[in-house]
Design a binder for this molecule. Structure first.
Ligand code: NAP
Length: 294
């Protein structure tokens, strides 16, 4: 086994599930605005199949992407799922006909969300479910999440969910959930320019818990920075590859799920694992985060 393939491996705590650190996020597979069918359904299926063929075994999704469509594409492209694939989904939101994202956090809504995921993915149990708070949108907001975690714990006892993670949460919410269940991963907004979670990442690393940044490339407005462009040109890489490589260097518990609907971008992103960044380059790239804080 190549220990360095796709950034090496990391095991979700309390599980025997080791995944490559470079995974894939499926949100971009739905149509524009994460709504409706993809512009190019054949390419969407090809992206999923090529990701797995390249060794990706950590796939992030949600039934509210599309809604339902992203999960249905995953099932169409990959079912029956290969042994070793870790599918991570999330609950806590729903889409209304006006395409808005609204909270879905009652016991009935969370339970229905589990069944939607099971049906559309073609599974009898969900491997990892992140409870995703609405927070302030793409950032967390303090407030108890105990009621929702208790519902997920009950669904876990019923065997419908194997492991529980969190998304869009504060350190206090992580601690609150940890007092109730084993938290196997945390998925928050973080990238080269958005570094509010630096302390949380280090704390989770000490506990052996993966931190999975969403929007690792900047999300709907991909990262732009002259430092990033200059460094990439010097290394003969693309700015997006450097942004991903920086995350892999940032902490060993960071697992990546960059999203793309394009085969060319998928190949480019997976190749980022081969990029080594020297301490001086890392220091230079730290400047992007510093500039973004001012
Ligand atoms: N927990 C949460 O609240 C939450 C929120 C958002 C996302 N997520 C998860 O996190 C995953 C990653 O986030 P994301 O997909 O929104 O954002 P991202 O990974 O930061 O970036 C995706 C954007 O960058 C483009 N892109 C990808 N690779 C590129 C490349 N090599 N060169 C140029 N552009 C490139 C994509 O467009 P193309 O399709 O054109 O490549 C897309 O517009 C999602 O897929 C989803 O699974 C979770």
């Amino acid at each position: 086994m190549d220990a360095t393939k796709l950034g090496g491996r990391f095991t979700f705590p309390g599980t025997s599930r080791a995944v490559h650190r470079l995974g894939y996020g499926a949100m971009q597979l739905a149509g524009p605005g994460v709504w409706g069918p993809p512009r190019n359904p054949e390419e969407a299926v090809a992206v999923l199949r090529e990701a797995l063929a390249a060794g990706v075994n950590h796939l992030d999704t949600s039934d509210y992407y599309g809604p339902h469509i992203t999960n249905q594409l995953i099932r169409q492209a990959l079912h029956p799922y290969p042994e070793g694939l870790v599918l991570v989904t999330k609950l806590g939101a729903k889409r209304l006909p006006d395409q808005s994202w609204q909270p879905a956090i009652t016991a009935a809504e969370l339970t229905a969300g589990v069944h939607d995921n099971l049906r559309n993915l073609g599974l009898e149990a969900l491997e990892i479910v992140n409870y995703r708070t609405m927070g302030s949108g793409h950032g967390p907001q303090e407030g108890s999440i105990a009621e929702q975690i208790a519902v997920l714990a009950d669904l876990q006892r019923q065997g419908l969910i194997r492991h529980i993670g969190l998304s869009n949460v504060t350190a206090a919410q992580v601690a609150e959930a940890q007092a109730m269940v084993e938290v196997v991963c945390v998925q928050n907004l973080y990238n080269l320019a958005c570094r509010a979670d630096d302390a949380l990442i280090d704390d989770l690393a000490r506990q052996g818990i993966p931190y999975v940044p969403f929007f690792p490339l900047g999300g709907f407005t991909p990262l732009q920075s002259s430092i990033l462009t200059e460094v990439a040109a010097r290394l003969g890489a693309t700015p997006m590859q450097v942004a991903l490589a920086w995350l892999l260097h940032r902490s060993p518990n960071i697992l990546l799920i960059p999203g793309t609907s394009s085969l060319a971008h998928l190949r480019e992103n997976l190749a980022a694992a081969q990029l080594t960044l020297s301490p001086s380059v890392l220091a230079e790239l730290d400047g992007v985060g510093t500039l973004a804080r001012h």
